[in-house]
Design a protein around this ligand. Structure first.
Ligand code: ADP
Ligand code: MG
Ligand code: MG
Length: 255
């Protein structure tokens, strides 16, 4: 069992003009086995929330807390956060030329598990998970994300999720740029992670379509740097029908 608690989180991004506050008091608790959809307009700060959790150096937490099973996440390095069981699938996954997917995955697994996975087991495990995600074998030897299509990058994020088995997974717009088939495959991967055990999921999304495949336990509307409303799946249906107009914040497009 695991619990991620975010309490009155404020965070700023460092820009050329100085610090700009993006997160303005986020409160959210995610427990093992729960899926929370975070839905909001572009520019509302959803990715900033995911970066703050992951420890991206550009985003400075100015006040508030992030606790994982009571441990202070904000005191941890990026590596320590991953080892503690936090996982972030980024909206725009980075390319790592010269590092093969298979090396990258094994290094990540070694770091998270605290020991190198036994090679024979590992090869089998990776092959099996790649098969489930319709990723062809040749991808194992390609450089991380280099020249991957949007959909291929997202599948690889889900492959990492399957292999690293975090306590809490933050999936930032994992649905964006996916065609219908890729959306189904990626959703199946997320659902398999859900079904496999007691991981908790923060599913950040702008559109409701992924929620046809992944049923959240809780839906939160994110606007102006914080959660402004919470409910069940019925809230997603309402957003589908009415958009974010009701929650519009100055300087944010209400689409
Ligand atoms: P969302 O993911 O909801 O679309 P983001 O967290 O990406 O929102 O962005 C929230 C706001 O913070 C936007 O106004 C965006 O322009 C600004 N922002 C985010 N990252 C940076 C950055 N590195 N430099 C300057 N502004 C940023
Ligand atoms: Mg955006
Ligand atoms: Mg974003």
């Amino acid at each position: 069992m695991a619990t991620l608690e975010i309490k009155d989180l404020h965070a700023s991004v460092t820009t050329d003009e100085g610090a700009k506050e993006i997160l303005k008091g986020v409160d959210l608790t995610i427990r093992s086995g729960e899926t929370h959809a975070i839905m909001g307009p572009n520019g509302s700060g959803k990715s900033t929330l995911s970066y703050a959790i992951a420890g991206h150096p550009k985003y400075e937490v100015t006040s508030g807390e992030i606790l994982l099973d009571g441990e202070d996440v904000l005191e941890m390095s990026v590596d320590e956060r991953a080892r503690a069981g936090l996982f972030l699938a980024m909206q725009y996954p980075v390319e790592v030329p010269g590092v093969s997917m298979s090396n990258f995955l094994r290094t990540a697994a070694t770091s998270v598990r605290g020991e190198a996975p036994k090679l024979r087991h590992w090869v089998k495990e990776v092959k099996e998970e790649m098969g489930k995600l319709d990723i062809s074998a040749e991808f194992a030897e390609r450089s991380v994300n280099e020249g991957f299509s949007g959909g291929e990058k997202k599948r690889h994020e889900i492959l990492q999720l399957a292999l690293l088995k975090p306590k809490i997974a933050v999936l930032d717009e994992t649905d964006s740029g996916l065609d219908v088939d890729a959306l189904r495959v990626v959703s199946e991967g997320v659902n398999a992670f859900k079904a496999a055990g007691d991981g908790g999921i923060m599913l950040i999304t702008h559109y409701t379509r992924i929620l046809k495949h992944i049923t959240p336990d809780h839906v939160h509307v994110f606007a102006g740097g914080k959660i402004v409303e919470s409910g069940g799946v019925e809230l997603a249906d309402e957003l589908e029908a009415n958009g974010y107009v009701k929650y519009a914040v100055k300087n944010e497009p209400a689409t």
